[in-house]
Ligand binder design. Structure first.
Ligand code: EPZ
Length: 419
């Protein structure tokens, strides 16, 4: 079984370049199904999840072929099947994002219900509410969702009970080819939503308001091909910024959009780290120990749930006690028990975790329970005395391109090996 082995303590120093955004490119690959023309995507991160999404649309008949390492040609001119293979949807929830495009372009789709995962049940009721509002008939049986529309979908007003990223994306894509105007109220406003809207508009779509809580989509009859470069991955960038501060390092994180990272930058500054925009990137310097701070995850522009685990690792040796409140997912504290194996002092009370800063962590064998928990354990391993070995690295490979090599280049004693 492969493991990532980290020798602490490492102070990260140097510069690192962030890859393209996983959470932007996954819906954009799905959106290529909206047109029969060729799309060319640049700055694509080489990740397991990207390979899975390419497999999903490829299995249905789309032509997907790489151009170099980080660029893709996609042509969905000959979609033969309206059903992504179950094993793909089971492996990756984002496969469900093919529902909107297929329903919009072909009037029917069958997708297996995505399972829950380590961080929560992750229902899809808001996705289905949106499709029904646009005129689709929805049936759920034998673990599959089947949606069908007679003729074109019809524009509608959709209110999202929660600003769900995936539901906003699925509805935006479905509405792009609908007849009439769709308004999504209480929409998600993440930067990845804006990138998807920009991509749809580059296909000839008419989306306005992306990035705010109200998105308007004027449906068009047909969409054409496009050439699009994906935004940088703010979660990867934040992960490196947190790692730099947590190890008392000095790192220039390049290929970032600072406005995407305001919440994380604000909280890192509160810990006493020094952040500055330099040479088109963000430089993070810190002297240890850092100060304890409280964080509460919220939909964008609040503190991102995808950086909660990583920040908690930093807080385990901050001076004082911190409170971390997770409001987006119901079970996103799976990393707590693993951090406690390394000597962290953390108590969970419902959606809150109280972290009492310790002088140091001690390396130990630990398990990555999900993607961001894995990243948090690597940060903890960099902070700890001695060796930490992290198993279940497949979770980490889903969302971080060349993470071990990037950390080695920053001076980390880290390697992959069979254990
Ligand atoms: C996206 O997941 C991201 N994934 C997640 O990143 C991220 O954590 C999440 O948004 C929140 O920012 C991708 O973009 C591929 P949601 P998504 O729908 O779309 C509830 C990572 O580490 N909900 O905004 O699945 C849901 O249960 C991953 O990169 C409903 O109740 O997230 C959850 O509690 C992890 N009904 C909350 O909304 C629905 O129909 C947020 O989910 C849909 C969601």
């Amino acid at each position: 079984m492969e493991a990532i082995v980290v020798e602490g303590r490492s102070r990260l120093q140097g510069r690192v370049t962030v890859s393209g955004s996983k959470n932007a490119v996954l819906p954009i690959i799905a959106a290529c199904l909206l047109t029969g023309d060729e799309c060319y995507l640049e700055d694509i991160p080489r990740l397991a999840d990207v390979d899975t999404m390419c497999g999903v649309i490829g299995e249905m008949g789309a032509q997907v072929y790489p151009d170099g390492v980080n660029n893709l040609h996609i042509n969905a001119g000959s979609i033969a099947k309206m059903e992504p293979p179950y094993e793909y949807v089971r492996r990756m929830r984002a496969s469900f994002l093919v529902m909107g495009p297929l329903l919009a372009r072909f009037g029917r789709v069958k997708v297996s219900l995505p399972g829950g995962c380590a961080i929560g049940a992750r229902p899809i009721d808001l996705h289905l509410k949106g499709m029904a509002a646009l005129g689709a008939s929805i049936t759920v049986n034998k673990g599959n969702v089947e949606a069908a529309a007679t003729g074109r979908l019809k524009g509608a007003q959709v209110y999202l009970d929660f600003p769900s990223v995936g539901a906003t994306e699925n509805i935006m894509m479905a509405a792009a080819l609908a007849e009439g105007t769709t308004t999504i109220e209480n929409a998600a406003g993440e930067p990845e939503i804006v990138d998807l809207a920009n991509f749809i508009n580059s296909l000839g779509g008419r989306v306005t308001g992306a990035g705010t809580r109200v998105i308007k989509i004027d449906g068009v009859k047909e969409l054409h091909g496009s050439h699009h470069a994906v935004i940088p991955d703010r979660v990867e960038a934040g992960t490196f910024m947190i790692a730099a501060a947590a190890t008392g390092g000095d790192v220039l994180v390049e290929n970032v959009i600072p406005t995407h990272l305001k919440a994380v930058m604000a909280k890192l500054t509160e810990t006493g780290a020094h952040l500055a925009e330099e040479e088109g990137g963000i430089r993070v310097q810190a002297d240890l120990p850092l100060r304890a701070v409280d964080i509460k995850t919220m939909p964008y522009p609040g503190f991102p749930t995808d950086m909660q685990a990583q920040f908690m690792a930093l807080l385990t040796t901050a001076r004082g006690s911190s409170m971390v409140t997770e409001t987006v997912f119901e079970n996103r504290f799976m990393h707590v028990n693993e951090l406690k194996r390394m000597g962290a002092s953390i108590v969970i009370e419902g959606h809150c975790a109280v972290i009492k800063g310790k002088n140091k962590l001690t390396g130990a064998p630990v398990k990555a329970t999900d993607l961001r928990a894995g990243a948090a354990l690597i940060i903890a391993g960099l902070m700890a005395e001695g060796e930490t070995s992290i198993s279940c690295v497949q979770h980490i490979d889903r969302g971080y391109e060349n993470l071990v090599a990037k950390l080695q280049a920053l001076g980390a004693q880290i390697r992959r090996e069979e254990r």
